[in-house]
Design a protein. Structure first.
Length: 273
């Protein structure tokens, strides 16, 4: 389905996540003439993409009308300074879609006109390959049409889930927002364990990378739960069972991840307070 918006789209922030969003929107057929980029120093790859599609990019792009959607894709510490600058651009029908971590709906609304429609979303780094897991929530001013527009924009980089309870976004950040780093660490540790078992570093790295990627693809395509998939590959008293005895023992993998997610959620709360 071709992506269509009611008016112009302003992308504020053209780094890695902003670039991933832009690629996704263009892939979904959004008219490049309706896209404007505000960033004093866009990433080189984003600048090339914008030039290729004749997308206006600069410090203060001149929009033909109030934007239908303003997407904030800057680092969280820049948001407070940026919002007052965006206030004059915010029209009656504009929805603000923020992917800045730790910035609550209330904090985003504070410098903007009363009744501004705001959506807060948490994508992850898999947006770069169109496989993000994005969780979003909206304030009461967001209309059904704006909700549909934001859903379509976020679906251009992967799967989207909506929450009514914004407080759950701290746990979401800890699981899916930070989660790719945990998986990368798993691949890193698996390769190091292979090297310790006698494999060359190059072979261990290749095996670990392909194994984690392949298991992820299988998990994505299968209707079975992770536990069912694990059980199917585990023969009684076999090699996998021997390894799982260690990983699933006291203070094993589950305990580590539970503590890791709790630490990330705690930090997310601290950043948003």
């Amino acid at each position: 389905m071709t992506l269509r918006l009611a008016g112009p789209l302003l992308l504020v922030g053209a780094g890695k996540m902003g670039g991933a969003l832009l690629e996704g929107w263009l892939r979904q057929g959004l008219d490049p003439a309706s896209i404007f980029i505000q960033d004093p120093a866009p990433a080189p790859e984003v600048l090339r993409l914008a030039a290729c599609h004749s997308i206006v990019a600069g410090t203060s792009p001149d929009l033909p009308a109030a934007p239908s959607v303003i997407v904030i894709a800057v680092k969280p510490d820049l948001v407070a300074k940026l919002l007052p600058e965006l206030e004059p651009m915010t029209g009656e029908g504009t929805v603000l879609l923020s992917i800045a971590a730790g910035r609550t709906l209330a904090s985003l609304a504070r410098p903007l006109p009363d009744g501004t429609a705001i959506v807060r979303a948490m994508p992850n780094t898999a947006a770069a390959v169109g496989r993000s897991m994005t969780v979003a929530c909206a304030n009461a001013a967001v209309t059904p049409d704006q909700l549909r527009e934001c859903t379509a924009l976020l679906e251009a980089i992967g799967e989207v889930l909506w929450l009514d309870d914004e407080s759950l976004l701290d746990a979401v950040t800890a699981v899916s927002g930070s989660g790719p780093a945990y998986v990368f660490l798993l691949a890193e540790c698996l390769a190091e364990a292979g090297r310790a078992a006698g494999l060359t570093a190059e072979l261990a790295q290749r095996l670990a990378r392909a194994t984690v990627a392949g298991a992820g693809a299988l998990l994505h395509q299968s209707d079975l739960s992770p536990a069912e998939l694990r059980e199917k590959v585990t023969s009684p008293k076999g090699t996998t069972a021997a390894a799982l005895e260690v990983l699933m023992g006291k203070h094993g993998f589950q305990d580590l991840l539970t503590r890791a997610v709790a630490a990330a959620a705690k930090r997310s709360k601290e950043l948003s307070s």
